[in-house]
Ligand binder design. Structure first.
Ligand SMILES: Nc1ncnc2c1ncn2[C@@H]1O[C@H](COP(=O)(O)OP(=O)(O)OP(=O)(O)O)[C@@H](O)[C@H]1O
Ligand SMILES: [Mg+2]
Length: 333
C-alpha cells in the first residue's frame, strides 16, 4: 500500500510564495502570524530562506550570530541543525525545541547552510525518480522536522517563509504545503512574474504525481497538493489621486492574471487546487506603511506593536491583518 505521511499533524501548512524578490513575503508572514496569534491560534514560523531574514527580524542579532556559529554542533537549534544528521548520513532528522517569539508565535530559526541542503536536493530528486528510499526521506526531511514540532507544540498554523526563487528547496516546501498565497506588488514585473509562478507550480505538482506513482510501497510521501487560496496586494500606495488610480489599474491586471496564470493552470490538474471566485481570492490589500516598516524591523515586532509611529497607521495595520487572518481561517477550515 502506498501512503502519504499518516502521522501528519492536523495543523494547516501554508506559504506566501512569489519567486519575485522583495514583494513583502517576510513582512506579511510576521504580521499575519501575529494577527493569528492574537486570535488565539498557535503559529509556527519556519524560516526556510537561507537569507534568514525572518529569523533576523524576530531575534536579536547577537543571538542569531550565536545560533549560526553553533548550528553545526550537538547544541544547534536551527533548521540546519535538525537536518544535519540526515545529510551526513549519521541518522534521521533531529528534534529541535522552538521558542515563542511573539504571543502564540513560535520560530524554527533559519540557517545560511540551508543552501547546502538545497544543492543536495537536486540529487534527492533524482533518487526519487530512481525509486530510492533515501530520495523520499530527503524530500520529506523538512516536513518531518516541522511535523515533530507541530505535534509537540500543538500548532494550528505553520508558515514557511521562503526565499525568492524557483529552486529545489522551494519545490519540496510547496509540495509539503496544504495551501499557498501569492503576495504581489502593484507593478508590471509582478504581473509578468505570475506566468512563471503558475507554470512552475504546475510542473512541480505534475512531476510529483508521477514520482508518487513510482514510489515503492509504504513510502512516506509529501502530499503534493498545495491549494491556492488567494493573493495579497502589497505596498498599495494611495498618497495622491493619480498614484492611486495607477495602482488600481495594476490591481485589476493582477486580479485577471492571478486567475488566468494560476487558477486556470492549476485547475487543469485538479479543480480542488484552486477553489473559489476571483473576489474570494483577494485576501487583502496592504498599504504602504512607510516608516512603520523599518521601525517594526528594528524592534522585531509586527506593525501594530511598534513603539512610536502613527497611531492611525497602527490601527489600520490591526484592521487589515486581522481581516487577512480571518480570511485565512475560513479558507483553511
Ligand atoms: N506594507 C509595507 N509598507 C512599507 N514597507 C514594506 C511593507 N511591506 C514590506 N515593506 C518593506 O519592503 C522591503 C521588502 O520586504 P520583505 O523583506 O518582507 O520582502 P520579501 O518578499 O520577504 O523579500 P525577499 O524576496 O528578499 O525574501 C522591506 O524593507 C520591508 O520593510
Ligand atoms: Mg523574505
Amino acid at each position: 500500500m502506498r501512503k502519504v505521511n499518516q502521522n501528519r499533524h492536523k495543523s494547516a501548512r501554508l506559504t506566501l510564495y512569489n519567486h519575485k524578490g522583495g514583494v513583502g513575503k517576510t513582512t506579511l508572514v510576521i504580521n499575519i502570524a501575529a494577527a493569528l496569534g492574537s486570535l488565539g491560534k498557535r503559529v509556527l514560523l519556519v524560516d526556510t530562506d537561507p537569507q534568514c531574514n525572518l529569523t533576523s527580524y524576530l531575534v536579536e542579532s547577537d543571538v542569531v550570530d550565536n545560533w549560526l556559529d553553533n548550528s553545526d554542533t550537538d547544541e544547534g537549534v536551527t533548521i540546519w541543525s535538525a537536518l544535519k544528521p540526515f545529510i551526513e548520513g549519521t541518522g534521521g532528522v533531529k528534534n529541535i525545541k522552538v521558542s515563542e517569539r511573539l504571543d502564540n508565535v513560535f520560530l524554527l530559526p533559519g540557517d545560511i547552510r540551508l543552501s547546502e541542503f538545497e544543492q543536495e536536493l537536486n540529487q534527492i530528486w533524482v533518487e526519487c525518480l530512481q525509486r530510492k528510499p533515501r530520495g523520499f526521506k530527503g524530500a520529506s526531511a523538512i516536513s518531518e522536522i516541522v511535523n515533530n514540532i507541530a505535534t509537540k507544540e500543538k500548532i494550528d498554523y505553520i508558515f514557511y517563509d521562503v526565499g525568492p526563487n524557483i529552486g529545489p528547496l522551494n519545490r519540496v516546501i510547496l509540495l509539503d504545503c496544504d495551501y499557498f498565497i501569492v503576495p504581489a506588488a502593484c507593478d508590471l514585473f509582478s504581473v509578468r512574474a505570475l506566468k512563471t509562478l503558475g507554470r512552475s507550480l504546475y510542473d512541480w505538482i505534475k512531476e510529483w504525481q508521477i514520482i508518487s506513482l513510482l514510489a515503492p510501497d509504504n513510502t512516506l510521501l509529501l502530499p503534493g497538493k498545495p491549494e491556492y487560496i488567494g493573493y495579497i496586494l502589497q505596498r498599495f500606495r494611495m498618497y495622491s489621486e493619480s498614484i492611486a488610480s495607477q495602482y488600481a489599474a495594476y490591481a485589476t491586471k493582477l486580479e485577471k492574471s492571478t486567475y488566468s496564470d494560476i487558477v486556470e493552470v492549476l485547475r487543469k490538474i485538479d479543480k480542488d487546487l484552486a477553489k473559489g471566485t476571483p473576489s474570494q481570492h483577494k485576501l487583502g490589500q496592504v498599504k504602504d506603511f512607510a516608516s512603520l516598516a523599518p521601525l517594526s524591523q528594528t524592534q522585531g515586532v509586527p506593525f501594530f506593536a511598534v513603539d512610536g509611529g502613527s497611531a492611525d497607521q497602527k490601527a489600520q495595520a490591526v484592521e487589515e491583518f486581522i481581516s487577512i487572518a480571518n480570511k485565512i481561517i475560513s479558507a483553511t477550515e
